[in-house]
Design a protein around this ligand. Structure first.
Ligand SMILES: *Cc1c(COP(=O)(O)O)cnc(C)c1O
Length: 399
């Protein structure tokens, strides 16, 4: 098969933007013409539209996903003296958000199959001071809403979703962002819905939380020059909101494309399962929005993860690691008192995971090239014990 030799980037926004470029530029132009740069009309329109798309009521745009977590927790009344459960293998921004709210982060290990927070381990970590759990819908797969709601009602906890990787994901009839008291989204450019810069949003069904956050993002002012809270300056720019609003109608199709690509990878990489290379399991079915497509290069694999990664890079295939060091082992958070060995699954995953190229518009041919490259690199390591498919049964017996 004549494979193209062009390199394959890890993400490529141009394929996504090109067909709607004119529409996006018009949206930006419209804001420039009105001069409505901060807290403008396009922002409130997008807040309403995005909240509705998530199956909830209110959206409050902020400057980043990290701020949506930090200020969102504050708006929910979670802070000093409260313990918040979160997975040890998430992105560090989730942890930073919790610390900025003043609450005490309590790490929980993950399920090694799905890389999602292990809810049985979470239950064991609950104390009298636990106020909330932050399920991170990691890689685009939701944590089970049913199990979360059971746990939260048994122990009277708030569910605060980190949905920064899971725009429009679905599971058990719930959309990401509609399970708990509130949910944080990020519009960092590479997220499933990405701005032309930074951005974030908190969605919630509680009017009071939305109102509080509107004040917090605007210097804590409930009306001009009247400050009731220690707020900050964290707004989603009107220009970014206009870009996001123009992209929103395409998000569902982009997510479907990601899901299709993931299924192709799954099928093409299936033969490597016997050699210790397995994708992160999908328990979320068609509702998984595959922000990332992650495989595990486990201990039984004939090749080390770093070797596979550099061999792929040599043939022009860019990959990523999400994430190479778990939160509890990051030097900045040493003072939290955790150590190596505390969360064995998160620690092993950090050594194993490898993210393959994933973005809407990745072609069948590109997916095949990536999978083919992974297979040939791994299979080459199996020699001389491994017999390629072309070796006949007869020659096998005669040797
Ligand atoms: C991207 C991300 C964030 C932070 O979002 P920013 O907009 O980059 O601040 C938080 N948590 C997770 C899991 C993320 O992937």
């Amino acid at each position: 098969m004549p494979y193209s030799t062009d390199s394959i980037p890890f993400v490529d926004f141009t394929v996504q933007h090109q067909p709607i470029q004119a529409k996006l530029e018009q949206a930006v132009q419209a804001v420039i013409q009105t001069g409505d740069y901060v807290l403008g009309q396009a922002l409130s329109e997008f807040e309403g539209a995005f909240a509705q798309a998530c199956g909830t009521r209110y959206g409050v745009g902020v400057a980043s996903g990290t701020d949506a977590i930090a200020l969102g927790l504050q708006a929910c009344g979670i802070g000093v003296g409260d313990e918040v459960l979160l997975p040890a293998n998430a992105f560090v921004a989730t942890l930073i958000g919790v610390l900025r709210s003043g609450a005490t982060p309590v790490f929980v290990d993950c399920d090694p199959r799905t890389a999602l927070i292990d809810l049985m381990a979470a239950e064991k970590a609950i104390t009298a001071r636990t106020r909330a759990i932050i399920p991170v819908h990691l890689y685009g797969q939701m944590v089970s809403p049913r199990k979360l709601l059971d746990l939260a009602s048994t122990y009277d906890l708030f569910i605060f979703e980190d949905a920064t990787q899971a725009h429009l994901a679905e599971r058990e009839g719930y959309r990401a962002g509609s399970i708990g008291i509130a949910a944080a989204f990020s519009f960092y450019p590479s997220k499933n819905l990405g701005a032309w810069g930074d951005g974030g949003m908190l969605v919630t069904r509680e009017e009071i939380i939305a109102q509080t956050l509107r004040s917090l993002r605007n210097y804590g002012a409930t009306r001009k020059y009247f400050h009731t809270d220690l707020g900050t300056n964290s707004r989603l720019d009107t220009i970014q909101a206009a870009v996001l609003q123009a992209k929103l109608p395409h998000l569902y199709d982009w997510n479907c494309d990601r899901n299709r690509i993931a299924q192709q990878y799954d099928a093409l990489l299936q033969p490597l399962a016997n050699h210790g290379i397995v994708p992160i399991a999908n328990d979320c079915g068609a509702g998984h929005v595959y922000h990332l497509y992650v495989i595990r290069v486990t201990e039984t694999s004939p090749i080390e993860r770093t070797m596979l990664q550099s061999a792929l890079s040599e043939v022009g295939i860019e990959t990523g690691l999400h994430y190479p060091i778990p939160c509890h082992l990051q030097p900045a958070f040493h003072h939290l008192g955790y150590q190596a060995g505390d969360f064995p699954h998160a620690e092993v995953l950090s050594q194993d995971v490898l993210s393959l190229p994933m973005y809407p518009g990745l072609t069948d041919e590109q997916v095949q090239r990536v999978a083919h490259a992974v297979r040939s690199i791994v299979e080459a390591e199996l020699a001389p014990f491994y017999l390629p498919e072309t070796t006949s049964q007869a020659s096998l017996i005669s040797t």
